[in-house]
Design a protein around this ligand. Structure first.
Ligand SMILES: [Zn+2]
Ligand SMILES: [Zn+2]
Length: 366
């Protein structure tokens, strides 16, 4: 841990850029002032980086509130201000931010900072270039380090902007837009939701992460076999969240469940704790949630019989009827024009996801 006296001043005081992350800011401070990297301590965990950045805030000319938001830190109501529920790793809580540095080689040619969106690890892609983020040197395969010299790989010197990139799958590009949008709203301190424009939904980062969490760890866990879940949970979660109706239904369901205990309502609506603990809090939803047609049809396509065999007892998500319709009714319309259009969409979606899987892109994230 660093010790600073009040009079300590930095010669160069970098100003936080747009959506820059805490670690990026600290590394710029170190580089520009030619300080020892030991200032960051041995661990590069984001909790440590946050504490360090907060300790340096006044002398570096940074606002502590603004710093906290740049760690993907979500203030939990009822817990003292500055307590970190997302982004922390060293206190045994949940971390949505990985330690491994990831970059977009095309962006890095033109920018000196690392945006927070690259650190949120459900995110795989650059929202500008639509390519997968790179975490290893493409020539020597060593993991990229945070403190690099001359913007190159520390092992072989290959320039970061020359690293090989691959186009990200469609769902990952969509998710990267959402994460970017949410990060910039959160850093600017905007709490309310914005208008949805062309498939992009604008919500706070904590809300986006909670929706993804519950969808993957509660609903899709119940609907999919372990094998299918491993392969598809993230692409399917993105596909389902694309529907404003389903999203609206899901958020309402989360809210109503959390509101059963008004004392802890606000706390229940941020993704704190571990993936498992938020899953167990919302577990009740899994028995009552209506299944989107997309899920049912996809399972049929994958020849997964488990859910399909329980059809008569299932309820299907239908936005026109307050969210729910008996499954048998939906199945009786199988073969209609509308249903054929859905089938084509599902076939294309799966062909794409399977291709990505073959290309080794779908590594199941936590
Ligand atoms: Zn880029
Ligand atoms: Zn290298």
């Amino acid at each position: 841990m660093i010790e600073l006296t009040e009079s300590q001043e930095f010669l160069v005081r970098p100003r936080p850029k747009g959506t820059e992350s805490i670690r990026s800011l600290l590394h710029r401070l170190i580089r520009q002032n030619k300080l020892s990297p030991r200032l960051l301590g041995e661990s590069q965990g984001v909790a440590h980086a946050t504490t360090t950045a907060l300790a340096l805030a006044a002398s570096a000319g940074w606002q502590s509130e603004n710093i906290l938001r740049r760690g993907a830190l979500i203030p939990t109501p009822g817990i003292s201000e500055g307590t970190i529920s997302v982004g922390i790793s060293r206190l045994g809580k949940r971390s949505f931010v990985g330690n491994q540095r990831r970059i977009c080689p095309q962006c890095i040619a033109n920018r000196s900072d690392t945006p927070l969106a690259w650190e949120i690890y459900v995110n795989r892609a650059c929202h500008i270039h639509g390519c997968l983020l790179v975490d290893r040197c493409s020539s020597c395969k060593e993991p990229l380090e945070w403190l690099t010299y001359d913007l190159g790989c520390n092992s072989c010197g290959n320039s970061l902007s020359q690293m090989t990139t691959h186009e990200a799958p469609k769902w990952a590009r969509m998710l990267s837009q959402w994460v970017h949008m949410s990060v910039s709203r959160s850093i600017r301190g905007i709490r309310e939701d914005g208008r949805q424009v062309s498939g992009l939904f604008r919500v706070r980062l904590d809300k986006l992460l909670l929706l993804l969490d519950v969808l993957r760890h509660v609903l899709l866990r119940r609907w999919l076999s372990a094998r299918v879940w491993d392969q598809f949970n993230l692409p399917w979660a993105v596909e389902l969240l694309k529907s404003p109706d389903f999203r609206f239904w899901l958020w309402n369901a989360l809210f109503l469940h959390a509101a059963k205990d008004p004392m802890t309502l606000a706390k229940a609506l941020v993704p704190n704790g571990t993936g498992l603990s938020s899953a167990s809090f919302f577990d009740h939803l899994s028995t009552n949630a209506p299944i989107p047609v997309f899920v049912l049809d996809s399972l049929r396509k994958l020849k997964e019989r488990r859910l399909v065999s329980q059809l008569s007892s299932l309820e299907i998500f239908d936005p026109r009827l307050h969210g729910i319709r008996p499954a048998m009714q939906v199945m009786s319309q199988f073969g209609s024009k509308e249903s054929r259009r859905d089938q084509t969409h599902i076939r294309e979606f799966h062909e794409e996801v399977l291709e990505d899987e073959e290309a080794g892109i779908l590594v199941s994230p936590c």
